[in-house]
Design a protein around this ligand. Structure first.
Ligand SMILES: [Zn+2]
Ligand SMILES: [Zn+2]
Length: 237
């Protein structure tokens, strides 16, 4: 039964079972979330590999941020007029991300909480039609991805975030959200030592959970497995 995927019951294409070098197996390049393995009945757990298709279906699903990080503070700026456009940009709250990304976000949020922080979410999934409006306003690809390429937000695997204390009070960071200047850089010089330390803590927790820092915007983090996700123009939400 070692070649059977415990989730779908089909062949799992396990490298060892089909006799190829385990180092060449797909599972060496795609992270299998622990939370997926926990959905397998305990008597079947650890006996055979989950197949690639099941891992992808699981990671590509969209779920609410609060399902994974209960204490996340949602301050979705594009749901309000408090953003660089000055207008409500989203027809509904897209307080969601891919499960593969949420699995990493939970790990980062757990680490941050143990240090006295809660995450504050400014943006997560963003429909592609909104990307077109942003591009019309800011044609600078350091700050807005051109819609024909698509932003990692359009793929549902990027998050814009800042930090609050455990009571939910917003903490000072280098700049406000959507500050389109050099001072928004992830490694721009910061005079205030406390703010610098706070940003480095956020970056360390996000990168060790599997996110990449974006050098032009300190608040923007992208899932290192971005290639698993395609641009979505709208999602049922
Ligand atoms: Zn399967
Ligand atoms: Zn962003």
């Amino acid at each position: 039964m070692k070649h059977i995927c415990p989730v779908c019951g089909k062949s799992n294409g396990c490298a060892i079972e089909i006799g190829i070098d385990p180092q060449l197996c797909w599972c060496m390049s795609i992270k299998v979330p622990k939370s997926l393995l926990e959905t397998i009945p305990s008597e079947q757990r650890g006996k055979s590999c989950v197949c690639k298709a099941c891992v992808l279906v699981y990671k590509q699903k969209f779920e609410a941020i609060h399902t994974w990080v209960e204490d996340a503070v949602l301050d979705l700026r594009y749901m309000t007029k408090n953003n660089f456009v000055g207008d409500v940009m989203y027809p509904k709250a897209f307080d969601c991300l891919r499960v593969g990304t949420l699995d990493k976000l939970k790990q980062a949020a757990d680490a941050l909480r143990s240090m006295g922080y809660r995450i504050v979410v400014w943006d997560a999934y963003r429909p592609r039609f909104v990307q077109e409006r942003f591009w019309d306003l800011i044609q600078d690809d350091r700050f807005v991805a051109p819609p024909w390429i698509g932003s990692s937000h359009n793929r549902g695997c990027a998050i814009d975030l800042t930090l609050a204390d455990l009571e939910g009070n917003l903490l000072n960071m280098p700049t406000d959200f959507d500050c389109f200047s050099e001072s928004a850089g992830a490694y721009a010089s910061i005079e205030d030592e406390e703010i610098e330390k706070r940003l480095r803590t956020l970056q360390a927790c996000m990168t060790s959970a599997g996110f990449l820092v974006y050098r032009h915007e300190w608040w923007h983090f992208v899932d290192s497995e971005e290639d698993l996700y395609r641009v979505e123009n709208d999602i049922k939400w």
